[in-house]
Write a protein that binds this ligand. Structure first.
Ligand code: DAH
Length: 344
């Protein structure tokens, strides 16, 4: 068997010398060193040898195995180099082919819009106040001058939780009361905050309404804040957001938590007011609801309405992003379609 082993060694080495392709190399490997290879098979026969010969045979067999494996590795390197050189020569690797770009993540268009809004409002002295998404019925409605069973609650279709009185906020306005109570020093301190966050409504999802969306609420409380401050502040905001020439108009409206209330439009920046598809040929785009904080709400926040006043507004970042980028369907925002998201 020892002779058989030596012969196998010689033959295998000679065969390896003749191997010139990876394919032949693989074939030699499985035939010689593989699980069903010649060396393995020969080693299995060790049990048939007389006891005293086994040790010598085993030792030699392992030496042979090692030598073959080393020779194989050396040959493999050689063959690889050879093949690479050949491929290069034949032009199989086209080094002029442009590399593949690596996709990097990006910020969601809503996040981008929110950050733009934070910057603008921060420059105007407004600080971010974070309020909760899961709210009490009381904060979301009652304290905002919308009593239980009052028909004004129909303005907001609400998601209720299984805990009575606990809901998902339908707007960021309840944060007004929380901010007043936390930052107001029992009705002794002025406030200037913006309150960004996700809102939830039990709505039919359509191209124009989603059941979740962001709002950015604003609140300013002080001793002599008047309607003209609200108008001036919003006008300045619109200029910074939509350009120095952005025209703004105010329309009388109704919200239970402000009096008087209004809706704010900017001149359509796509058509310059002459009318187009985006502004539905009105020339104006609605960007926010606003008004002077209702005395009841001031009182609920801890302020004496005979000494203090304030303005508030609520705007929709997704709506602004839609207007700015000409997005025609709000459902894209939470659809997680990369073809949409990658455009921003
Ligand atoms: N909370 C209102 C809504 O979701 C928006 C709003 C209107 C907020 C007027 C305000 C405001 O702060 O003054 O429809």
């Amino acid at each position: 068997m020892l002779e058989q082993l030596e012969k196998l060694y010689q033959d295998a080495m000679a065969e390896l010398e003749a191997v010139t392709s990876s394919e032949a190399l693989r074939e030699w490997d499985s035939r010689t060193l593989g699980q069903k290879g010649a060396v393995t098979l020969l080693l299995r026969g060790i049990g048939g040898l007389p006891k005293e010969e086994r040790a010598d045979f085993g030792k030699r067999a392992n030496e042979v195995k090692l030598a073959l494996a080393e020779a194989f590795a050396a040959r493999e390197t050689l063959v690889r180099e050879h093949e690479l050189a050949r491929d290069l020569e034949e032009g199989q690797i086209d080094v002029t082919l442009p590399g593949r770009g690596r996709a990097v993540g990006g910020l969601h268009p809503s996040t981008q819009t929110l950050r733009e809004l934070y910057h603008i409002w921060a420059d105007m002295g407004f600080q971010v106040y974070r309020s909760r998404d899961v709210e009490s019925d009381e904060m979301n409605f009652t304290l905002l001058n919308i009593p239980e069973h009052h028909p004004a609650r129909d303005m907001w279709d609400t998601f209720h939780t299984t805990t009575p009185g606990v809901i998902l906020r339908t707007h960021t306005s309840p944060g007004q009361v929380r901010a007043m109570r936390e930052l107001g020093g029992d009705g002794s301190q002025p406030i200037r905050v913006i309150l960004p966050g996700m809102c939830y409504r039990y709505e039919q999802v359509t191209t124009r309404s989603e059941m979740q969306f962001h709002q950015l609420e604003g609140l300013a409380i002080g001793r002599n804040i008047r309607m003209s401050d609200l108008k001036g502040t919003v006008t300045e905001f619109a200029r910074r957001m939509f350009g120095a020439n952005a025209a703004v108009r105010f329309r009388a409206s109704y919200f239970p938590f402000t009096e008087p209330s209004m809706e704010i439009d900017v001149e359509c920046f796509l058509c310059g007011g002459s009318g187009c598809r985006v502004c539905k040929y009105a020339g104006w785009l609605e960007i926010a609801g606003a008004g002077m904080v209702h005395p009841t709400v001031l009182r609920n926040g801890g302020y004496d309405p005979s000494q203090w006043s304030g303005f508030a507004f609520g705007m929709g970042p997704e709506r602004m992003a839609m207007l700015k980028h000409g997005i025609t369907d709000i459902r894209y925002f939470w659809g997680n379609d990369l073809r949409f998201l990658e455009q921003f």
